[in-house]
Write a protein that binds this ligand. Structure first.
Ligand SMILES: Cc1ncc(C[n+]2csc(CCOP(=O)(O)OP(=O)(O)O)c2C)c(N)n1
Ligand SMILES: [Mg+2]
Length: 559
């Protein structure tokens, strides 16, 4: 409770700073290390989501950062709370997502004794964050929280960890609030844009690749208008399909895992590659085989909001240090010295042909057909969340993302992301339909957050691809060690019963044709729901089976 002396506790100052910086939602698992903050939440305007494990809480904050471009915020306790949260921190790092995590810390007078759950957060999170720090002086809370928000959100965004010693939180101080943090746009210079215009209009087969963060719907729309004007093919990099409307006539497809071979051919045959916002990491670069390092064999224009990313792996012919939002705005005014007609029509036709129809696959449930049904039946404002596993290959291939923030999934490939992300999306946008798609292994990594969905009455539907295995690893196993199945088989719980035990709705689907009715029933239940799909373990990707992979591997080894 606030005192009458006009002084605030450091915890109250901290919560007031969150309000100043525009935070609406915080995600947490409580700890005795930050009781004073929990108390300050009590009278604040924040929407607090109490979670079941810190990994879930941190991933929820990460998901908020992904779709809003403003730091997602979570609170966890010292030691095990902080280490439990680390997958969310790692995702924010690799996915360039703004996130601020506050960690309750032992009292300042006990430091360095290895007090109960003591950790050195600067050391533990130093290499995973943009900044890891600890607040010693309550009078500096506004300054340090302000820096945390600026650091997390600007340049190449990423995670910041702020440790808050428990005795510091209860001290009373007279200190002014900081002003709201600013999202700082880095705009391209006129010389760079003129050079870009020259390179683009001299190209015969250019392609644009979109990735990274610091996008918005307006930026995507501006790129789409520019592309259309010049018939420029535009592809999106791994898990960034939401950056460009899949049905736009210039959309060339998804450059991720198992991409359309024609897209790879098109990129290899390009005479100019314009990479906007992304880093072109291991997955989109097809294990760094697409372009030579450091100087790609194709002229490269690289636009990125982080100066230190330009030239880090690829030495670009033209580096433009700009946020995608500012670059997209500059494209609107760009005049090309010569008209350009790119091959957008052919590229988009290749994309449509690759994604149009589900492929044949073993088993009575065709996961591709389920994705195509969702694509045809979900409303345009639906949000799709998922984690990692081979099941995601069907999402990338058959679902069509139409708008910014529609697909919330980790480029860092962390399992267990889908359920917490769906909880966060439903907290943020209660009126929008949210669908979580998970593998059986993937789901149980943070499946306990289904309880959070029930607690906050968040009716989203989780579709579990239940193939009784850590399929991705089994696939690699068959490739490298054919027939020697080791530690990849799963004996699963009854997932619909799990949903019901938590207070949700659950149903099992064993034939493709039963999916639409099950989905409608799940939605009509008005509860968080689980639809378990029985998937044949042989159906390992949309294009091959385990048996085929094993046979090829055996043949290769006997050659
Ligand atoms: C946190 C985490 N642990 C382990 C892995 C390694 N891994 C990648 S995919 C995968 C299996 C995924 O299994 P499942 O969710 O059942 O999906 P499937 O591949 O069977 O479709 C594993 C273990 C990972 N990516 N993330
Ligand atoms: Mg599986």
């Amino acid at each position: 409770m606030r005192a009458k002396d006009n002084l605030r506790t450091a915890a109250e100052v901290l919560v007031d700073q969150l309000i100043v910086h525009g935070v609406r939602h915080v995600f947490c698992v409580p700890g005795e290390s930050y009781l004073a903050v929990l108390d300050a939440f009590h009278d604040s305007a924040l929407d607090v989501t109490v979670c079941r494990q810190e990994g879930g809480a941190c991933m929820m904050a990460e998901a908020v950062g992904k779709v809003t471009g403003r730091p997602g915020v979570c609170f966890v306790t010292r030691g095990p709370g902080a280490t439990n949260a680390s997958p969310g921190i790692h995702i924010a790092r690799q996915d360039s997502t703004p996130l601020v995590m506050f960690v309750g810390q032992i009292g300042r007078d006990m430091r360095e004794r290895e007090a109960f759950q003591e950790l050195d957060y600067r050391a533990v999170f130093g290499s995973m964050t943009k900044w890891a720090t600890e607040i010693d002086d309550p009078a500096r809370v506004p300054e340090i929280v302000s820096r945390a928000f600026h650091t997390a959100a600007n340049g190449r965004p990423g995670p910041v960890v702020v440790a808050i010693p428990e005795d510091m939180l209860t001290e009373r101080v007279a200190v002014a609030d900081a002003p709201p943090f600013a999202l700082i746009e880095t705009s391209p210079g006129p010389d760079e844009m003129a050079k870009f215009a020259g390179m683009l209009s001299a190209a015969r087969a250019p392609i644009m690749l979109l990735g990274g963060s610091r996008w918005s719907q307006a930026a995507s729309d501006a790129v789409a208008r520019f592309a259309q004007k010049h018939a420029l093919p535009v592809a999106t990099t791994f898990r960034r399909a939401h950056l460009f409307d899949a049905l736009h006539p210039c959309y060339a497809g998804d450059l991720g895992i198992g991409p359309n071979p024609k897209l790879i051919e098109r990129i290899k045959g390009a005479d100019l590659v314009v990479l906007v916002g992304g880093r072109l990491g291991e997955l989109p670069s097809q294990s760094y085989t697409l372009f030579d390092i450091p100087r790609p064999q194709v002229p490269l224009v690289h636009v990125h909001p982080g100066a230190e990313e330009l030239g880090r792996v690829y030495s670009p012919n033209l580096a433009i240090h700009a946020t995608p939002t500012a670059f997209a705005a500059a494209l609107e005014k760009l005049e090309l010295p010569h008209p350009l007609r790119g091959a957008a029509d052919a590229a988009h036709a290749d994309y449509l042909a690759w994604t149009e129809k589900p492929t044949e696959q073993p088993g009575a449930v065709n996961f591709g057909a389920v994705m195509v049904w969702l694509r045809d039946n979900l409303p345009p404002d639906a949000i799709i969340c998922n984690g990692a596993g081979n099941y995601a290959a069907w999402i990338h291939r058959f679902l069509r993302m139409r708008r910014f923030g529609q697909h919330v999934a980790p480029t860092a490939g962390s399992m267990g992301f889908g359920v917490p992300a769906a909880v966060a999306m439903k907290r943020l946008y209660p009126e929008r339909p949210v669908v979580c798609i998970a593998g059986d292994g993937d789901f149980l990594m943070n499946g306990q957050e289904f309880a959070t969905a029930v607690q906050y009455d968040l009716p989203f539907t989780t579709i579990i691809s239940d193939n009784g295995q850590y399929g991705t690893i089994r696939m690699h196993q068959e490739r490298e060690y054919p027939g020697r199945v080791s530690a990849t088989e799963l004996r699963n719980p009854d997932f619909p019963a799990y949903a019901r035990a938590f207070g949700g709705f659950g149903i099992s689907v064993e034939r493709t044709e039963d999916f639409p009715a099950a989905f409608k029933e799940a939605q009509a239940s008005g509860k968080p729901a689980i639809i378990r799909l029985k998937i044949d373990p042989e159906a390992i990707t949309p294009t091959t089976t385990l048996a085929k992979i094993r046979a090829k591997s055996v043949a290769d080894k006997n050659r």
